[in-house]
Design a protein around this ligand. Structure first.
Ligand SMILES: [Fe+2]
Length: 491
């Protein structure tokens, strides 16, 4: 008896003679076996087997072919692409880390140096001290720059922090009546913060706290030429919940099949598309994912993605970075998707990565750390991913809480936001969100995956098939809903 048949019997599932004969004589896929095991019937008949196998065969090979109306004259076709992938922000081909203790020490030193340098540039009338020189100024007002390692509430209701820098550690108190206390809910583990206060014996009494932030006096940057950028993420090709019909509508729109003249003219401006991770659903990403997969072969998932990319007009430059569902290492920074997986003509970049498009500096990141920041800060929620993105920008770090999502301790911390971006683009939470903060545009581009069972269980309502489009010359962000009526929202 075949091993798989033995397993069926071992699970107390019985087969009719016809079903047994069929399985004995024919090879069926592992996923079909899994479906027999999880079918929920103590007796599997030939009819049930046929039902399972029929489902298996319904794997789409090609997305819908698009038609290009001859009247569509896209202006973006006449416009030469002008972009630069900023090499020093991308790990691809540069990872030398072996995960030794010294690697972690070097990694955190690098992070501390670069984030505290931003804090040192912030204007302050107080002298900056480190934990070693804390007592040298007596009880005069000073600014201490350090990393938070512990936060707790004292019996008197004050907040007590343990902080560290390269010289040592200190205890910082945020008294209940202080400005700093009001901001205590925002203080996360591993935050690098400037504490303004004064030394008092064994404690540092803190009055206010300052995160690295970005400067006030900035305006939303606009491009000189008239073109548009489309922001996508979390397509999840291969998932049963991938919205094939809606994605085909998106492709048709790009090819000039817009429902109105306005939408057609917007499509004609699209010169760049950025896809911020989770292009496929992947394999073995979470327990029992197999049940949710329509395509159980990772290469076939990427083939589907490639064939969809081939439907995009060739004058459009497409950038693709990986997410936590993609087939590269899970830990960040993630290298670009390899050429043997993504074969279509796209620009493959790492996660995170910086790309300058016609003068607009983009910071691209899939958004894994949004989960830990939302969990760590009570006032945030999945309803407004842009607010969680803002907290990353304020900290000048894409994954501030160590340990909550996997990182590789590279000697250079690729997740530090060293330069102020004009646009930050993320995905991961499957919910659209937009914000302009001190001249930086924050975009979360949602998904093309329908609500999953997991999202139903946790009460998360995604916003699938809504695509943000930036008209770069005007600095105008619209979004198009490919699920229902075409609509617009502006930032
Ligand atoms: Fe995703």
């Amino acid at each position: 008896m075949k091993a798989d048949l033995k397993e069926i019997y071992a699970r107390n599932i019985r087969l009719t003679t016809e079903a047994y004969d069929f399985l004995e004589k024919n090879e069926i896929s592992q996923s079909a076996y899994q479906q027999i095991l999880s079918y929920g019937s103590p007796l599997i008949t030939k009819e049930i087997l046929e039902e399972i196998l029929a489902k298996e065969e319904k794997i789409p090979i090609q997305p819908v072919m698009v038609a290009r109306p001859p009247s569509f004259k896209p202006e973006a076709k006449e416009h030469s692409p002008d972009f630069r992938v900023i090499d020093r922000s991308d790990i691809t081909g540069k990872s030398h880390c072996t995960g030794k203790l010294e690697d972690f020490v070097e990694h955190f030193r690098n992070r501390f140096d670069r984030v505290s340098k931003i804090l040192r540039m912030r204007p302050s009338d107080r002298p900056i001290v480190d934990t070693k020189r804390l007592k040298s100024n007596g009880s005069a007002p000073v600014r201490l720059i350090a990393m938070v390692t512990e936060k707790r509430t004292t019996k008197k209701g004050n907040i007590l922090l343990t902080v560290e820098d390269k010289e040592g550690s200190a205890k910082v108190v945020l008294p209940r009546e202080s400005e700093a206390f009001k901001l205590a809910g925002k203080i996360l583990n591993d935050d690098i913060i400037a504490f303004d206060g004064r030394n008092a014996e064994e404690l540092f009494i803190c009055e206010t706290v300052t995160w690295p932030e970005i400067p006030f006096a900035r305006e939303l940057k606009k491009a000189e030429s008239d073109f548009a950028i489309v922001y996508l993420s979390d397509l999840h090709f291969g998932s049963k919940k991938f919205m094939e019909k809606e994605f085909a509508r998106f492709l048709n729109w790009l090819n000039g099949e817009g429902e109105s003249r306005l939408l057609q003219s917007l499509a004609g401006k699209v010169k760049y598309i950025i896809i911020s991770g989770d292009v496929v659903d992947g394999i073995g990403i979470y327990p029992e994912q197999e049940r949710e997969l329509l395509v159980k072969d990772i290469y076939k998932q990427y083939e589907l993605f490639d064939s969809a990319m081939e439907q995009i007009p060739d004058y459009i430059t497409v950038f693709v970075l990986p997410g936590n569902h993609d087939a590269v290492r899970r830990a960040e920074p993630q290298p670009a998707l390899p050429e043997d997986l993504v074969k279509s003509n796209v620009v493959r970049v790492g996660n995170p990565c910086q790309v300058e498009i016609e003068g607009l500096r983009h910071l691209l990141y899939h958004g894994n750390s949004l989960d830990s920041v939302i969990a760590g800060m009570g006032e945030l929620s999945y309803e407004h991913p842009e607010e969680a993105m803002l907290e990353l920008l304020r900290r000048r770090h894409l994954s501030p809480i160590y340990g909550d999502n996997l990182i590789v301790p590279e000697a250079h911390d690729y997740l530090v936001i060293e330069e102020e971006p004009d646009i930050i683009h993320m995905g991961h939470v499957h919910k659209n969100g937009y914000m302009v903060y001190r001249g930086t545009l924050l975009v979360n581009s949602g998904t093309f995956q329908e609500r999953t069972d997991y999202q139903v269980r946790i009460g998360h309502q995604p916003t699938p098939a809504i695509v943000p489009v930036l008209e770069a010359k005007e600095g105008k962000l619209s979004h198009i809903n490919f699920k229902g009526e075409a609509g617009e929202g502006t930032s």
